[in-house]
Design a protein around this ligand. Structure first.
Ligand code: PLP
Length: 382
C-alpha cells in the first residue's frame, strides 16, 4: 500500500496550497454580507472573459443550467433536433429532452472520445437546428470540421466546455482559440472536480454576441431585465458570491494547474505507451490537452470486456488505487433516452468505449512517488 490515501482528485490538498488566498477571499464576502449577486460575481465573470478572450461571460448555477439556458436563448421550437455525442455525460441530452427537443446521437472518434465530425452530416435532417460539441476529458473537438458542416446546413454550434476549460484549438490557418469560444455559445461547469472549480455548484455561459448575452442574462434571471418585468420565460440560475470569490482565486492559477496535470499525464504516457494491454489517450494534432481525465482503453476486446475491467478496478482498489469509469453506458442504452433519441447512424464506437475505458487518478497535487506506485501496480494487475 502507498503511505498516503490516493485520490482521483485531491481537492483538500489543492485548498491547502491556496489556503491564504481562498480564506481571505471568502472572509471578504462573509464580512460584506452580500451573498447573492455580490460584486465578486461580475469581477470573476470579467476575469474569465479576459482569460478566454471572449466579450461576454454570464455566470449561472451549474453546468447543466448553462446548457439549458443556452438552448432556451436560441429559441428552438418543439421537435427541433439537436446533435449530441452518444458517448458523454448525460447533461446535454437531458436539457434537450426537457425543452421538448429531440437529441440525435452521433458516434465519437474512439481515439479522442470526441464527436466524430465525419459522422455528423448523415445525422442531419430538415429538423436539425444545432450541434452540441462536448469537449470531453480535456481536449477540443475538431471544431473546424464541425463548424464547416454546421455552416453548410445553417446549424448553431454550442460547446459544452465543462471538462476542457483552458484547452486551445488551432485552426488550419494557424489561428488559436480557447475551447468554449468558437461556437455561438459556450457553457461550462464549476463543479468541484472540474478543471476550473468552486466549492459547490457553479456554471457559466460565454458568447461573442451582445444581444445573445443579454438574452442569456435575462433568462438566467427569471426572464427579466427590470425587476418584476418578465419579457421571457426564464429560470433562476445564479452563481453564489462565495463561489465567485473562490473561482476568482482559482482562475489565477488555472494555467499552473493545467501544467501540473499535463506533467502527470506525461508520466503516464511514458510508462504506459509500450504496454500492449491498453491504449493511452491520444492527443489530437489540433488541440492542447488539459487532462481533466486520463482515460485509458483496455485491450484486447471481447464480450466480457466490462467484467474484466471491473476485476481490474477491484484489484487496484484493494491496493488503495481508485479508478473511475467515465462513462459506463452510452446514451443509446440509457432507459430515459433510448426510446426518444434519434440514432440515424452507426454508434457502435460509443458502445464499445463504455465497456473498455478506465480513468486513472490525475490531479494537481499528485506526487511522482504516488504515480510510480500507481503505474507499477496497474502494470502488474493487468
Ligand atoms: C459536469 C458536466 C456537466 C454538468 O455540470 P453540472 O455543473 O454538474 O451541472 C455538463 N457537461 C459535462 C461534459 C460535464 O462534465
Amino acid at each position: 500500500m502507498f503511505d498516503k490515501q490516493i485520490q482521483m482528485v485531491d481537492l483538500r490538498g489543492q485548498y491547502h496550497r491556496l489556503k491564504e488566498e481562498i480564506d481571505a477571499a471568502m472572509q471578504t464576502v462573509i464580512e460584506n454580507g452580500v451573498f447573492i449577486n455580490g460584486s465578486q460575481v461580475n469581477t470573476f465573470a470579467g476575469h474569465l472573459a479576459s482569460y478566454l478572450d471572449i466579450p461576454y461571460v454570464v455566470p449561472c448555477g451549474n453546468g447543466t443550467d448553462a446548457l439549458q439556458i443556452a438552448l432556451m436563448a436560441l429559441d428552438l421550437k418543439q421537435g427541433d433536433e439537436v446533435i449530441v455525442p452518444a458517448f458523454t455525460y448525460v447533461a446535454a441530452a437531458e436539457v434537450i429532452a426537457l425543452l421538448g427537443l429531440v437529441p440525435v446521437l452521433v458516434d465519437v472518434d474512439p481515439k479522442t472520445f470526441n464527436l466524430d465530425p465525419r459522422k455528423i452530416e448523415e445525422a442531419i435532417s430538415s429538423n436539425t437546428r444545432a450541434i452540441i460539441a462536448v469537449h470531453l476529458f480535456g481536449q477540443s473537438c475538431d471544431m473546424e470540421a464541425i463548424l464547416k458542416v454546421a455552416g453548410k446546413y445553417h446549424l448553431y454550434v454550442l460547446e459544452d466546455n465543462a471538462q476542457s476549460i483552458g484547452a486551445e484549438y488551432t485552426f488550419s490557418d494557424g489561428k488559436v482559440k480557447k475551447t468554449g469560444t468558437m461556437g455561438i455559445i459556450g457553457t461550462t461547469s464549476f463543479f468541484p472536480s472540474k478543471p476550473l472549480a468552486c466549492y459547490g455548484d457553479g456554471g457559466a455561459l460565454m458568447t461573442s454576441d451582445e444581444s445573445l448575452a443579454k438574452r442569456i442574462r435575462m433568462i438566467a434571471n427569471h426572464g427579466q431585465e427590470r425587476k418584476y418585468h418578465h419579457k421571457l420565460i426564464g429560470c433562476n440560475s445564479r452563481l453564489d458570491t462565495l463561489q465567485a470569490a473562490i473561482l476568482d482565486v482559482k482562475l489565477k492559477h488555472i494555467d499552473e494547474f493545467t501544467k501540473a496535470r499535463q506533467v502527470v499525464a506525461g508520466r503516464y504516457d511514458e510508462a504506459l505507451a509500450a504496454c500492449d494491454r491498453l491504449v493511452i489517450p491520444e492527443k489530437s494534432s489540433f488541440s492542447t490537452h488539459v487532462y481533466h481525465q486520463y482515460t485509458i482503453q483496455l485491450k484486447p476486446d471481447g464480450p466480457d470486456m466490462a467484467a474484466r475491467r471491473e476485476l481490474l478496478q477491484n484489484r487496484l482498489k484493494e491496493k488503495g488505487i481508485p479508478t473511475m469509469v467515465y462513462y459506463p453506458m452510452p446514451l443509446q442504452e440509457q432507459d430515459a433516452y433510448k426510446w426518444m433519441a434519434r440514432m440515424p447512424g452507426n454508434i457502435d464506437k460509443s458502445a464499445h468505449l463504455s465497456k473498455c475505458v478506465l480513468s486513472l487518478p490525475i490531479h494537481t497535487e499528485m506526487t511522482e512517488d504516488e504515480q510510480i506506485y500507481i503505474i507499477g501496480t496497474l502494470l502488474e494487475s493487468l
